[in-house]
Design a protein around this ligand. Structure first.
Ligand code: F6R
Length: 364
């Protein structure tokens, strides 16, 4: 079943281009998003004033990507709330609020209960779910299935990238419905989304470089992940992935926040994984990287800047294929998944079966 791969996790990392294609292709018609086969009427998108995303863990981090991207693009307020918190809060929702529940398994109890609560306030709930017929899919007003295929490894990889891709499709559809995106913009956006699988292939081809660099991480106790904007949202996922399968303490920080306390933890050789793909904040992130480098951090930098040679910035530079900034998350996260995977394997652990974790969390 592992098709010659040593673990399910690496197999599933490799499956991402196909999983994205399977998920988005049937939902694109004439270069535009198309949800008729999912039986979602256009009226579902019309008049939406705000969005609340509810989810747990990796699915919640896919929600963070969605939030940042949708707010930047469509300029409508988006909130991401951890489902276990949402279910005990007083939701601020109206009948024009869209609620998106994100879940690979479709059975996470906190997400299900949060969805049930949200349904009392709005008829515009939609789930992004990987398992057909699951409780969350059944109990939301509409379900947009992700077609990642079965995810066996406990640490989620392909489910996350297809959740992000589906979120991008949804954002595009919403942008058109609300008049926040022109048809030409939407076509350009979808065209780039369709090319994401090819870029991911190009990134996966760098796996052996990533394996090399993780040698420096195997004996680390602490690691930090930094980025700004969309990069920050995906460093949260990168840090979670490393923690859960390598048992190394990993923290994700907004790059500008580090100097407000946490930089005290940067000592000689502490790995800092920096993601800098967003042009409007690129120079700011680079100056934050210089701050940690000057304090002895071992810096691994992921960027689309081909000109990085300066070893005052980083120890290792992973160059990502050039794409519009919004789409760089798909490439960068694959490198973060590979860093977690090879660190785990390098420590002699089984990345498919991390201690204390279950694939589906059906208890509170
Ligand atoms: C981490 C991971 C978990 C899940 C979370 C939600 O790799 O897999 O954080 O993302 O338990 O699970 P689902 O998506 O099934 O609701």
């Amino acid at each position: 079943q592992k098709d010659g791969y040593p673990h399910y996790m690496i197999k599933e990392i490799h499956e991402q281009p196909q999983a994205i294609l399977r998920t988005i292709t049937p939902r694109i018609k004439n270069g535009l998003p198309f949800f008729e086969d999912d039986q979602i009427p256009d009226s579902f998108f019309e008049g939406v004033t705000d969005i609340t995303i509810i989810a747990c863990g990796t699915a919640m981090y896919a929600g963070m990507v969605g939030k940042t991207m949708i707010q930047n693009r469509l300029q409508i307020p988006v909130t991401v709330t951890i489902a276990s918190e949402f279910r005990y809060e007083m939701p601020i929702l109206s009948k024009n609020s869209m609620v998106i529940a994100v879940s690979q398994s479709g059975e996470t109890i906190d997400t299900l209960e949060a969805l049930r609560l949200a349904s009392k306030y709005t008829d515009r709930t939609i789930s992004l779910v990987n398992v057909k017929g699951s409780s969350i899919a059944r109990e939301s007003h509409y379900a947009l299935y992700t077609h990642a295929g079965p995810e066996i490894a406990v640490a989620s990889t392909k489910a996350y990238t297809v959740q992000c891709a589906t979120m991008y499709l949804l954002a595009c559809k919403l942008g058109l419905s609300l008049g926040k995106m022109s048809e030409a913009d939407a076509k350009e956006f979808i065209k780039t989304l369709e090319s994401v699988p090819d870029y991911i292939e190009a990134v996966i081809a760098k796996a052996s470089d990533v394996e090399q660099l993780t040698r420096q991480m195997i004996n680390s106790e602490h690691t930090f992940f930094i980025g700004r904007g969309l990069d920050y949202t995906l460093t949260m996922e990168g840090a979670l992935k490393l923690k859960e399968i390598s048992y190394i303490h990993a923290e994700s920080y907004a790059a500008g926040e580090l100097k407000h306390g946490t930089i005290a933890l940067i000592a000689e050789g502490v790995p800092v994984i920096a993601v800098a793909t967003q042009k409007h904040v690129y120079s700011k992130t680079i100056s934050n990287i210089r701050e940690v480098k000057a304090r002895g951090a071992y810096v691994i930098l992921l960027s689309m800047d081909e000109k990085i040679t300066d070893d005052s910035i980083c120890d290792v530079h992973i160059s990502l294929p050039q794409v519009p900034d919004e789409f760089a998350i798909f490439e960068a996260v694959v490198i973060l998944q590979l860093i977690a995977y090879y660190t785990s394997v390098g420590k002699g652990l089984n990345p498919d079966q991390p201690r204390n974790l279950a694939k589906s969390v059906t208890v509170e």
